[in-house]
Design a protein around this ligand. Structure first.
Ligand code: ACO
Length: 383
């Protein structure tokens, strides 16, 4: 089709690249300069300072929390940590099949409001707290059931992050571990109109409910081009094994036309600021545990990957993304790679819910168009 014959109807952006489909006050992503603001604050200034409850309050209420406000939100979340019976039964059945944790989370997320009354379900603010409180419990309960271990009861004295670590391991987490996990959860809480957030907004724009939005968003997050990358990124570092093997290993992948997990981003054309925050947190954690070998190997792999990406994909400006250091940090916290994407979901759910509230306030059904490219006015030839 020539430009002259193109109309507005023909405008098509594959992948919706650059299309503005919502307004948000939650986070601002500047891919050109590598800047991420959460509720107006530069991520790197707040991720290592706030607790996760404090960060959630900031995002949801658009205000830095007082100690009392933060404690109130923590108490509300603590109230909803136990799971409805059908959720536990479903987890047991799925554990029998040894399904991936992300699949279990998607399936059981749909049952999280089963013990609420009709009026409680109508209360979106309450429902948001129930969902946030229960996602870590679902993940940890399934994790233990799948290994044949008994699930643990939450400890009210532990924070959201601390309790999650406790439910997974049965051990009281150290302050350094809680800080490491909180820094991770704070870093990935919200990030503009990414694929899973868009999915959640589309779902509530139909006036569907928050639970449905979360289920859909988990499904979108699961894919390796979005939240499913950190496991493969870590596998890659382990397969490389030593710094001298990085170059031949990565070159072979690129020669085969494969993508390097943990690199490249639709929006960031400079380094993802979240990679720096998580890289620093990983460095601290590994240093505290006096074993920096894996961290140093990851640095060598990153440097080699960036050089090769420039060689094989010149001008594409492919940089390290959030998932590369996510893998390292969460591994340093003792999490298995099957828990990486679910742990991402546990945090990002706070962003999804905040976007759902914005979309509900906006009130407009999200319904784009497709350009029809099939045959028209066909008729079957008569025999
Ligand atoms: N490794 C090798 N080549 C890559 C990579 C990569 N990681 N990423 C992009 N490219 C190449 C593409 O093959 C393409 O090359 P071509 O023009 O020669 O065909 C070019 O760079 C542009 O790629 P696009 O697919 O147009 O970039 P897009 O913006 O759609 O991709 C994405 C972004 C999906 C994240 C991509 O960079 C990728 O697949 N990365 C690896 C997976 C990953 O790390 N995902 C996590 C993202 S962060 C998050 O969602 C939380």
């Amino acid at each position: 089709m020539t430009t002259a014959t193109m109309s507005q109807d023909d405008l098509f952006r594959p992948g919706l690249e650059g299309v503005i489909a919502a307004e948000t006050r939650l986070s601002r992503v500047r891919g050109d300069i590598g800047e991420l603001l959460i509720a107006g604050y530069p991520l790197e200034e707040i991720a290592g300072r706030l607790t996760f409850e404090g960060m959630l309050y900031l995002l949801w209420e658009d205000r830095w929390p007082t100690a009392v406000e933060e404690a109130d939100l923590r108490r509300e979340l603590t109230t909803w940590r136990s799971l409805p019976d059908p959720a536990v039964q479903l987890l047991r059945a799925i554990a029998h099949q040894q399904l991936p944790v992300m699949d279990a989370l998607r399936m059981v997320a749909g049952t999280l409001d089963l013990d609420l009354s009709a009026s409680q379900r109508q209360d979106s603010q309450l429902l948001a707290r129930v969902i946030m409180a229960r996602l870590p419990v679902v993940t940890a309960t399934y994790w233990r059931l799948r290994q044949g271990l008994a699930p643990l009861a939450s400890k009210a004295a532990l924070s959201h992050a601390g309790n999650y670590l406790y439910l997974l391991t049965g051990q009281q987490p150290t302050p350094a571990q809680v800080r490491g996990l909180e820094t991770y959860l704070n870093t990935v809480l919200d990030h503009g109109l990414n694929a899973s957030t868009f999915t959640a907004r589309v779902i509530v724009s139909t006036r569907s409910d928050l639970v449905s939005a979360i289920v859909g968003a988990i499904g979108a997050l699961k894919g390796p081009l979005h939240g499913g990358a950190p496991g493969p990124a870590l596998d890659m570092v382990f397969e490389i094994g030593t710094a001298v093997c990085a170059e031949p290993y990565l070159r072979a992948k690129l020669e085969a036309g494969e993508r390097l997990m943990g690199f490249g981003h639709r929006v960031y054309k400079v380094r993802d600021p979240r990679a720096d925050v998580l890289g620093t947190a990983a460095e601290k954690l590994f240093a505290a545990e006096e074993d920096t070998a894996l961290y140093e190997l990851a640095l060598a792999v990153e440097e080699t990957a960036l050089n090769l990406l420039e060689e094989y994909k010149p001008g594409r400006r492919l940089q390290t993304n959030v998932e590369f250091y996510t893998a390292l940090l969460l591994h340093g916290l003792g999490l298995d790679s099957d828990l990486f994407s679910p742990t991402f979901a546990i945090s990002r759910a706070g962003g999804w819910l905040a976007h759902c509230f914005e979309q509900m306030a906006e009130g407009r059904l999200l319904r784009p168009k497709a350009r029809f490219v099939g045959e028209i006015r066909r008729s079957e030839s008569l025999q």
